[in-house]
Structure formats: C-alpha cells, structure tokens
Design a binder for this molecule. Sequence first.
Ligand SMILES: [Zn+2]
Length: 156
Amino acid sequence: MNEYVNNSLEPLQQWYCDNCGEVIEKAEEGWLEWYRDIDKGNAFRKGKGFRIVHHNQRCMYNEKELFKQNKLTADMHLDHYVGPDGLVYLLSKIQYDQVEDNAEIVEIIRRLHVPYYEEALKYHNIAEEKGYFDGENEVTRYTTSTSKYILNHYKK
Ligand SMILES: [Zn+2]
C-alpha cells in the first residue's frame, strides 16, 4: 500500500497546475509552456515564465494577451517532458543556453523528475515556519528523503 494514497499525487505522474492549482491527473492532460520577449532587432531571446498547466484554454497562457505585451508563447504537451527522454529535452535547454534563468528550468526538472518533490512543494511554507529548513544547504531542500519527511510531518 502506498502510504500517500489519500489526496496524494502519484509521484512523477501527477502535478498541480500553476494556473488553477488543481491536480493534473496525468501527463497527457498537462502542458509545459513559456514565452520569449519579442526583440525588435530579431535577436533570439531566451525562454522564461515556464509553467506546468492543464492543457486547456482556461489554464494556458493567453497567446493574444501576451503578444500584446510583446511576448511570444511557446509550449508543448507535458508528456513530451516526462521519463528519461523528457529529461534529455529539458537538459538540452540548459546546455544550449535557451533559458533566461536556469533556476526556472531546474525547478521544472525537479517537479517532473524527482519523486515526491511536486507534492512536498505545497508544504514547504509550513516546513519553513517550523524551522525544518534551518541550516540547509543547496541540495537538502530538494531530495526525495526531504520531500517524504515533509509529506509525513507537515501535510494537512
Ligand atoms: Zn489548471
């Protein structure tokens, strides 16, 4: 039995939508999206504003609205970015310098590829309040064991 069955996410298979906060039940129902600032000089601009959302108009970026703000949206089915090959796609974005702030894409990689991180993220604020992160280094917050501890101790 999975100890997290009730109101839990299936690790690496379900996520919380960055727009509506509801569960994305499976990768096929998800969407990874971002945008680029449009450069008048046509220079290649790097991606930013990465989000994991439901694949429906209600949750996705409004392409026309962003275009009015000189932003060009880009996106792809979420199932393209899960599993080993999904990881390869995301890592290449970093290697070939396609992202404005690598911290953004690294966070997306953790959410898609590190078990329990996505769900634990929801309770990081409580862990923070309880002082669980005191004395952490740049790795501890993101490990699977930390996420499991958070879910076992701080999940409501
Ligand atoms: Zn949504």
